[in-house]
Write a protein that binds this ligand. Sequence first.
Ligand code: ASP
Length: 342
Amino acid sequence: MNQPKILLIYTGGTIGMIKDFATGALRAFDFAKLLERIPELSHLDCNIETVAFQDPIDSSNMNPQYWIKMASIIEENYERFDGFVVLHGSDTMSYSASVLSFMLENLAKPVIFTGSQLPIGDLRTDAKENLITSIQIASLWDDQGKPQITEVGLYFEYKLYRANRTTKINAEHFEAFASLNYPPLAESGVHLKVFKENLWRPTNNKKFKVHKEIDNNIAIIKLFPGITRASIEGFLASPSIKAIILETYGAGNAPTEAWFLDFLYEIKQRGIIIVNVTQCSGGRVIMGQYETSVALKSLEIISGKDITTESAVAKLMYLLGRKINKSDFKTVFETQIRGEMS
Ligand code: ASP
């Protein structure tokens, strides 16, 4: 039978954890055994194969090596499968899914990240719905038998989002993610509704390519009232930092005190890239709208526009890895490449 072939990639996270009786804490477990507890999977109209990290992790231990591993698994299996579902801890899922969205260029198949707030073995678990619907989404074909979703998505609690637009907003609710600057790609209710107008539609038919050079020599400075030079000047002495995300207030505003502007000037003089990203979960950076961002604009600081911090981290590591010229960096960063900003 001509059914979609889906590869389930288990990296770790609550979804596959069990309680350690000695400590009472949740720890990663053998996912294949847990899958046996979901007989519903055999009723889906697709063929599922599973691959798991040898040592599944809590996603708080996520790092670029694991991203390369995930990207390599997808690369090695790209031709054989029609869609991919990545099971991942929710804590850093938005980071990983954003990074993968950049690493996987000219993606023509769905890569859906999901996880859960409660382990799959828990009576009240949200894992079954998240997993089953993610597999169904990854199996969606259009009239020509081609995958409907051709981007990296994140499915959680009835909503599919563009992954690089998401943020984890709740550690308690089943609705753990939000995408404040971009509407959902699909919603699951009685029917599974795909909002075609929101999907990423690459205009070219170029060959799928995986970029595995990730440069994580970056830092984040989150502004707060009362911030002092002493707390941030260490960045000036750091030989390895190549880029800084400045998490600013509101529409990209920052203090206008001389010491702070001098600090930014010195950072720039050292050739370190600065990206202005708002601390707000919704809305965008508009440098020059307020007097408190005029100086940032004259310093030619990069505008993160409406990008999330997670996606800015991902895009920076990706572009630094691709060794984009310093002189082109601002233009390249400010240009949408995977639907991550508008
Ligand atoms: N700490 C877990 C993780 O991110 C939380 C979860 O899976 O939801 O791996």
